[in-house]
Design a protein around this ligand. Structure first.
Ligand SMILES: *Cc1c(COP(=O)(O)O)cnc(C)c1O
Length: 223
């Protein structure tokens, strides 16, 4: 199994290189975020052993279980929060993550602004956009994108450096990736987190700087 994860990582890294070499929009190295949520310890250790250092988790509590000790052993690990953040978990999230990709509402921005004022750790923030305008999904509405980012950066002094999206499950993701890339350019943000196991190559074609890949690295989550 350890062997499989090293192989998977190698294949995905090769596919990322091909996609970014082919893309007219991909101007920089694309970071592979290995999404380790719900994966057993042995698989996470195999990925570390294979040289993977950037990981994504979608729950704060689980991330501590996976990473509090491992982090001490691998100080160059970079952790991204890619799941919804409750305001009462924000302080814990700041204590562990390097990037919080799910700034998705005003209330959370207000809470983070207070905590960042008191903390020496200030994780970079990506704003999550509800690109498909799905009522059940988190994120800022497309029409409010520019004003929310301006408000968070200027009025709240938050280090917003990127955008993130999860397109609707049953639709072609390409138009959503294209729209998000356009917003990133317009707003002058460095990072663009989009693309998962099924569509990370498409996302790279549209200029993703970070792809979030779970099952293609680790196999199914047994759900
Ligand atoms: C789980 C998850 C991923 C990884 O999905 P896969 O299809 O397993 O690659 C990516 N992004 C987010 C926000 C997730 O929750």
């Amino acid at each position: 199994m350890n062997h499989t994860i090293a192989d998977n990582l190698e294949k995905i890294r090769a596919a990322i290189n091909v996609a970014s070499a082919d893309s007219l929009l991909s101007k920089q190295r694309v970071a592979l975020i290995a999404v380790s949520k719900v994966q057993p310890d042995e698989k996470i250790d195999a990925a570390l052993k294979a040289g993977q250092r950037v990981f994504g988790e979608n729950r704060v509590q689980e991330a501590y279980t996976h990473w509090e000790t491992r982090r001490a052993n691998y100080p160059d690990v970079e952790l991204h929060l890619i799941g919804p953040l409750q305001t009462n978990k924000a302080k814990e999230a700041i204590g562990l993550f390097d990037v919080i990709q799910t700034l998705d509402r005003e209330k959370l921005a207000n809470r983070l602004a207070v905590l960042y004022g008191e903390s020496t750790r200030k994780p970079a923030l990506y704003v999550q956009m509800n690109v498909g305008q799905e009522p059940q999904k988190a994120g800022i509405a497309p029409a409010e994108a520019a004003e929310f980012v301006r408000w968070a950066r200027e009025d709240k002094q938050l280090p917003v450096t990127g955008l993130m999206c999860i397109p609707p499950a049953d639709a072609d993701p390409a138009p959503h990736f294209a729209w998000l890339a356009q917003q990133q350019q317009r707003l002058g943000l460095a990072h663009l987190s989009m693309g998962m196991s099924a569509d990370y190559e498409v996302a790279i074609c549209f200029g993703a700087t970070h792809v979030r890949v779970g099952t293609a690295v680790f196999g199914g989550r047994g759900l």
